[in-house]
Design a protein around this ligand. Structure first.
Ligand code: DGY
Length: 323
């Protein structure tokens, strides 16, 4: 049987590459950087690709989708987020789109908790002090943070990642508050408190952890008005999508002292980072590491291949369709 042609827009983990090469004629992107629309279209046309294995950051908007050759039947994205893909345009072209739910929930929740701890205990500032060779010795009032035990963690978007974070935070003695499309009785049985308004939610909490998808509907959800509803001294953490935060408003609140700290793993327009974050006091900044564990990245790749196999090798429906 002839192997289907698979365009791989990035360099993926070795085990994922090996399995892809076993079952497909793979078209690699040796540059291993996010691909522009023209490059994706050219590679798909030249190779007659039937499947595309892409990642967040690749330009899979309406223009790309419209220009892809007829041969393309499925796009598997190596991410749970799909805001880089125009799902309507894919549907119009009859191209299936799949993502990688479940397998990255714990890894991403771990990074959220890392940021919560680092922001609360001033881990970023402390590390920078030592690296600048400016530590002059232990002092009773040096770099005092806040204790997490007994504090209220507000989880915005209580999906799989939010629920994994809630499990971790309960172990630290935090009280869980959440804002979500629907109520989750199983979480409430464990003490989580549901809020039916943004204002009530933001006013109640000490730490905000954001887990909402990107896209037009959530753009700059955390704006100056909502930041003002947070308590003085609150902490903001974002491991979802950078577009959900108004960077200028968040930086202003960090500089004014209204907010104690922010921990950010995602940025609007990344890898570019809003300049104010470099100079704002007590920011902890990570380069989009949410799912970056060996186990998780392998599992994400295998999930992509399971979906591609279903469509391209067996002629079946994809396992994790998003469009
Ligand atoms: C995801 O899976 O959406 C992560 O943010 C990686 O892109």
């Amino acid at each position: 049987m002839t192997k289907p042609v698979l365009l791989m827009t990035r360099r993926f983990p070795d085990a994922v590459e090996a399995r892809a090469q076993r079952d497909y004629v793979t078209i690699p992107n040796p540059a291993d950087t996010a691909m522009e629309s023209a490059a994706i279209v050219a590679a798909a046309r030249q190779s007659g690709a039937e499947g595309i294995l892409c990642a967040a950051g690749d330009a899979m908007g309406a223009a790309t989708l419209a220009a892809l050759p007829e041969s393309v039947r499925v796009i598997a994205t190596f991410s749970v987020g799909t805001d880089h893909i125009d799902l309507g345009a894919a549907k119009a072209r009859g191209i299936a789109v799949t993502n990688t739910p479940d397998v990255l929930s714990v890894a991403t929740a771990e990074i959220a908790f890392l940021l919560i701890l680092a922001a609360a205990r001033r881990g970023g500032e402390a590390e920078r002090l030592l690296r600048a060779r400016q530590w002059t010795g232990w002092a009773p009032t040096q770099l005092m943070g806040v204790t997490l035990e007994g504090k209220r963690l507000g989880i915005l978007g209580m999906g799989r990642i939010g629920q994994a974070l809630a499990r971790m935070a309960r172990g630290f003695g935090m009280e869980i508050h959440y804002r979500n499309r629907n109520r989750l009785p199983a979480e409430e049985e464990q003490g989580a408190i549901y809020h039916d308004s943004d204002k009530g939610f933001l006013r109640a909490i000490d730490v905000l952890s954001m887990h909402i998808p990107g896209g037009a509907a959530t753009r700059h959800w955390l704006d100056a008005e909502r930041i003002a509803w947070l308590k003085r001294g609150a902490i903001v953490v974002n491991t979802g999508r950078g577009t959900t935060v108004d960077d200028a408003a968040l930086c202003a609140a960090l500089h004014s002292g209204h907010l104690r700290a922010a921990g950010l793993d995602v940025f609007e327009g990344e890898p570019r980072i809003f300049e104010g974050y470099h100079t704002a006091p007590n920011t902890v900044l990570l380069p989009h590491l949410g799912s970056a564990t060996v186990e998780t990245r392998d599992a994400m790749g295998f999930r992509c291949l399971d979906n591609l196999d279903a469509v391209l090798l067996r002629g079946e429906a994809p396992l994790h369709p998003v469009a």
